[in-house]
Design a protein around this ligand. Structure first.
Ligand code: ADP
Ligand code: MG
Length: 786
C-alpha cells in the first residue's frame, strides 16, 4: 500500500504566544511558590503555569541559546538540499558536555532548595536535564557531605546508606538513562551508576546512583519499610501514575515520616550501638515535565514546587486540519511526507562521495503506536514501500533511504540498544515505531520528528464483569507533551500530532491513574505484604473506591491469601499461603497457580507456561512467509495455545544449536532465552519456598490444573468460555455468580481458531471491535464441577 501523501493537508502551526520579551533564559528557576498560586494550567503542558510555559516555542526565541549548544542551527538544515556542499558534521550524538542544560545553569539554587526542604517537587521542560543531571548533583553533594552530619555515622554505614534512588515507570527508561549517566561519569554500568529492573539487577555495593523501576523499589520496601539504603529518593515521571508508582508515593511518604521521628544519637561514641537503627531523614524529590502539581503538593505535605524554565532546543507542533478517521493511514502518510519534504536527503557529489563514501540523511522519525502488532504491520508497509521507491543509486550500490525499527518493551535488549546507538555515518533515515514505552525519560539520538497518533493501549478492569481488557484510548495532554518532548532533545524538532487542536483540547489533562482502572486485588495483597494492615486507611494519593477495595479484599480472603487480624474488621495480614505468594515477583494469582500445581504433579510445566507468558510473543510473525506459518503449525496442539507454548519450550531445550534452531523455526531466540532465565529464577524461588518441583508426562493434568485454578478465580486467567448453540462463545464464571457473562470470540492467532471446542479457558481478552480471547487452553467442563 502506498499511502496518499495528500491526506494530511496544510499542517497548521500552533499559534504561539508572543513570549519574546517574557522568555526567561534557559535554566532560570522562574518560580518557587506555594501550590495555591499555581492552579492555572497551561493548555500545552498541563501542570505548568501559563507564564512559566514557553512550550512549544518558536525557534527564534532560542536562536541565541542555540549557539551555545552543540547542535546546528535549524536553518542550516532546511536551506540546503543540494549536492555541492561539503559534508558537515551532523548532530553530535554523544554530547557529554552537559553544562548548558537548563538544570545545570541553576545547579546551586537547586541544591540549596533541596537542602532546605525534605520534600520538593521539580517541574522542568522535557530535555532540561532532570533525569540525568539532578541525581549527579546530589551525588556530588552527598560525597562532599553537604547533607550529612558526619559525626553521627561510621563511614561504613554512611556509604551504604547514601544511595540515591531514581524511580522510572518503565524498564527501558531505567536502563537507557543509567547507561547514559554512567557514560557521563565515565564509569562502568553497575559500578557507581547502576539500574535494577525485574529479573535484571545491574548494581553492586559501589552503586550510589541507582535507576530502578517503581516496582523494584516497592519490593525492597517489603523487607525494609524504612528504605534505609536510600538517602534520597527521586520519583521521576510522577505524572504517569502507574499502580506501582501510586503505591510507592504512599510507602515513601510513610518511610520519610518514620525516619523523621527517629532520634539522632547524641555523639558517635554513645550512639554507636544504635547506629544501625538510626537513619538520616529521607529526602523525597518528585519530578516531571507535566504533572498535577496541586494534587502532588497537597499529598506531600504542601511540598514546595520549583519550576525550571528553559528548553535547549525548540519544538514546533503541528496539528491536522481535519479529524483523521484512520490513524494508521494518516501516520504512514505523514511519515512519507516528512521523508520527502522535510529536512535533507543529500546525495553527495562525486568528489565528496570519493572522500566519504556515504550519503547523509537528515533527522530520524519517532512514531508512537499502540502495540506490538500494529508496529510490526506498519514496519512491513514501510519496508514494502521503501523497497519499491525509496532507494538511492550511488557508486557503492543502491541504498534504502528509509529504514524502520520497532521499539516495544518485549523487544530483545540488544535490539533496543541498536536504537540508542545510532551510527552517525548511517546513510539512511531511521523511523522508529514505538509504543508509549518511548514516551518518557529516554533520549533517542538523532530523532528530530515525532509523529503522535494520539492513541495508546491500556488495560481496563470492568468491575461489572470482573474482566481485564486491553483497549485503545486517547492519550492525555501530559502524554502528548511528553511525546513531542522526544523530538528536540539534541537539536530542534518537530512534532506532528495526528489530531486536530479541538481534539487535543478534549483530551484529559493527565492520564487516569491506573489504580482507578485496574483490578486492585494484586495491589492490596502487595500493600498488606508491605505491612499496611488496614488498607482502607492507606494514604493513597487518589484512593480506589471503597466498594472496589472491599470486593478485592473478599477475593483475597477467598484465595486464602489474607486473613483478619484478631477478628478485627479492618486489619488484615498475609496467611502462610499469602506469604509464599508474594515471594514471587509475578501476579499473585500466577503464584497461587504454581503452588496449586503441586497437587496435579505438574509444577515444572506450569512454571514453563508462566515463564513463556512473561515474555512477549516467541513466534516471529514479522515474515509474511508461508513457510513460517507452516513451521509454527508444527508446534500447534489441539489442546490449545498454552500447550503449544509448552511444546515450543521443550523443543527449544532439546535443541543443540539454539540460535540456528530458532532461526529455522521462525522463533525469537531472545524471547526464548529470556523465558529460560525467568524459568530458572522461578525454579530457584520454588526451592526457597519448599514447593515441590514435579513433572507429569500428561498434558491433561496440566490442563486440569489450569482449569481448576481458573474456576476458583486464580491462575493465568479466571476466565472460562463455553460454546453456545448458535456457535458463539459466552464466558461462564464458576462460583462467581456476581459476574454476568459476555460474548467473546477466539482470536485468529489461536491454534484453536478453526476448531470449535466446547469449553476453553483463556489468559487474556483483547478488545477491538469485538472481545477476543487469547492464549487458550482446551478444558473439560466436568473438571470444574469435581
Ligand atoms: P529531562 O529528564 O529533563 O527530560 P534528561 O536529563 O533526560 O532530561 O536529558 C537532558 C538532555 O541530555 C537531553 O535533552 C539530551 O540533550 C541529553 N541526553 C540525555 N540522554 C542522552 C543520550 N542517551 N544521548 C545523548 N544525549 C543525551
Ligand atoms: Mg526525564
Amino acid at each position: 500500500m502506498v499511502p496518499d501523501i495528500a491526506l494530511v493537508k496544510n499542517k497548521q502551526q500552533l499559534q504561539l504566544p508572543n513570549i519574546n520579551s517574557a522568555t526567561p533564559s534557559p535554566g532560570s528557576i522562574i518560580s518557587t511558590s506555594s501550590p495555591e498560586s499555581l492552579s492555572s494550567s497551561s493548555p500545552s503542558c498541563p501542570g505548568r503555569s501559563e507564564s512559566a510555559s514557553s512550550f512549544p516555542s518558536s525557534p527564534e526565541n532560542f536562536s541565541s541559546h542555540n549557539s551555545n549548544t552543540h547542535h546546528h542551527n535549524s536553518n542550516d538544515y532546511s536551506s540546503n538540499h543540494h549536492i555541492q556542499r561539503p559534508p558537515r558534521p551532523y548532530i553530535n550524538y554523544h554530547r557529554l558536555s552537559t553544562n548548558k542544560l537548563p538544570v545545570c545553569l541553576v545547579k546551586s539554587q537547586l541544591l540549596d532548595r533541596i537542602q532546605k526542604n525534605e520534600t520538593l517537587i521539580i517541574i522542568g521542560e522535557t530535555g532540561s536535564g532532570k533525569t540525568t543531571q539532578i541525581p549527579q548533583f546530589l551525588y556530588e553533594h552527598l560525597i562532599s557531605s553537604k547533607f550529612y552530619q558526619p559525626s553521627t555515622l561510621s563511614n561504613r554505614n554512611r556509604s551504604s546508606k547514601e544511595t540515591i534512588a531514581i524511580t522510572q515507570p518503565r524498564r527501558v527508561a531505567a536502563v537507557s538513562v543509567a547507561q547514559r549517566v554512567a557514560k557521563e561519569l565515565q564509569c562502568q554500568i553497575g559500578d557507581l551508576v547502576g539500574y535494577k529492573i525485574r529479573f535484571d539487577d545491574c548494581t553492586s555495593h559501589n552503586t550510589r546512583i541507582k535507576y530502578m523501576t517503581d516496582g523494584m523499589l516497592l519490593r525492597e520496601a517489603i523487607s525494609d519499610p524504612l528504605l534505609s539504603n536510600y538517602r534520597v529518593i527521586i520519583l521521576d515521571e510522577a505524572h504517569e501514575r502507574t499502580v506501582q508508582s501510586d503505591l510507592l508515593f504512599g510507602i515513601v511518604k510513610q518511610a520519610q515520616r518514620l525516619r523523621s521521628g527517629q532520634k539522632r544519637p547524641l555523639d558517635e561514641d554513645s550512639g554507636s550501638s544504635n547506629d544501625h537503627r538510626y537513619h538520616e531523614p529521607l529526602k523525597i524529590i518528585i519530578m516531571s515535565a507535566t504533572m498535577d502539581v496541586d494534587n502532588f503538593s497537597r499529598y506531600f505535605n504542601q511540598a514546595p514546587v520549583i519550576y525550571i524554565e528553559g528548553r535547549v532546543h525548540p519544538i514546533e507542533i503541528f496539528y491536522t486540519e481535519s479529524k483523521q478517521t484512520d490513524y494508521v493511514a494518516a501516520c504512514l502518510t505523514t511519515l512519507f511526507q516528512i521523508h520527502q519534504e522535510e529536512d535533507e536527503l543529500t546525495v553527495m557529489d562525486e568528489q565528496t562521495r570519493k572522500n566519504n563514501d556515504f550519503i547523509r540523511i537528515g533527522g530520524d522519525v519517532l512514531v508512537f503506536c499502540t502495540g506490538q502488532e500494529e508496529i510490526e504491520n506498519m514496519i512491513k508497509i514501510v519496508q514494502n514501500y521503501s523497497a519499491q521507491t525509496n532507494t538511492m543509486k550511488t557508486s557503492r550500490g543502491t541504498f534504502k533511504t528509509l529504514k524502520a525499527y520497532p521499539l516495544y518493551s518485549a523487544l530483545p535488549k540488544i535490539k533496543q540498544q541498536r536504537i540508542f546507538d545510532r551510527n552517525p555515518n548511517d546513510c539512511f533515515r531511521r523511523v522508529i515505531f514505538a509504543t508509549n514505552i518511548a514516551e518518557t525519560s529516554i533520549t533517542i539520538p538523532n530523532i528530530r520528528y515525532v509523529i503522535d497518533t494520539g492513541k495508546f493501549k491500556s488495560k481496563f478492569f470492568l468491575p461489572k464483569t470482573g474482566f481485564e481488557i486491553m483497549r485503545v484510548e486517547n492519550i492525555s495532554k501530559a502524554q502528548a507533551c511528553q511525546r513531542s518532548g522526544r523530538a528536540g532533545r539534541l537539536a530542534p524538532g518537530k512534532c506532528y500530532r495526528l489530531y486536530t487542536r479541538p481534539e487535543y483540547r478534549s483530551f484529559t489533562s493527565f492520564p487516569v491513574p491506573e489504580i482507578q482502572k485496574c483490578s486492585i486485588s494484586t495491589v492490596l495483597l502487595q500493600l498488606i505484604a508491605l505491612g499496611v494492615s488496614n488498607v482502607q486507611a492507606f494514604d493513597f494519593i487518589d484512593s480506589p473506591s471503597a466498594e472496589n477495595i472491599e470486593s478485592s479484599l473478599k477475593k483475597l480472603m477467598k484465595m486464602k491469601a489474607i486473613e483478619k487480624v484478631n477478628d478485627s474488621d479492618v486489619d488484615y495480614k498475609l496467611t502462610k499461603l499469602g506469604q509464599t505468594m508474594v515471594m514471587f515477583p509475578i501476579d499473585p494469582r500466577y503464584a497461587l497457580l504454581l503452588i496449586k500445581a503441586q497437587k496435579f504433579r505438574c509444577t515444572e510445566e506450569i512454571i514453563t507456561i508462566i515463564a513463556m507468558l512473561s515474555v512477549d510473543n516467541v513466534f516471529d510473525t514479522s515474515m509474511t512467509d508461508e513457510n513460517a506459518i507452516a513451521i509454527h503449525r508444527k508446534f500447534a496442539s489441539s489442546e490449545g495455545d498454552l500447550i503449544k507454548l509448552l511444546n515450543v519450550f521443550r523443543r527449544y531445550r532439546e535443541a543443540q544449536q539454539k540460535m540456528t534452531w530458532c532461526q529455522e523455526n521462525y522463533l525469537r531466540a531472545y524471547q526464548l532465552k529470556q523465558a529460560e532465565e525467568i524459568r530458572q529464577q522461578l525454579v530457584d524461588l520454588c526451592k526457597q519456598a519448599y514447593i515441590d518441583l514435579v513433572s507429569t508426562p500428561s498434558t491433561e493434568n496440566v490442563r486440569k490444573c489450569l482449569a481448576i485454578a481458573s474456576g476458583v478465580g486464580v491462575g493465568l486467567g479466571a476466565n472460562i468460555a463455553e460454546l453456545q448453540r448458535d456457535g458463539d462463545y459466552r464466558t461462564i464464571t464458576f462460583g462467581q455468580n456476581d459476574r454476568p457473562s459476555m460474548n467473546v470470540f477466539i482470536h485468529p492467532s489461536s491454534c484453536l481458531f478453526s476448531q470449535k471446542p466446547e469449553c476453553i479457558m483463556f489468559v487474556e481478552l483483547v478488545q477491538t471491535n469485538k472481545s477476543y480471547m487469547r492464549n487458550l487452553c482446551l478444558i473439560d467442563r466436568k473438571w470444574l464441577i469435581e
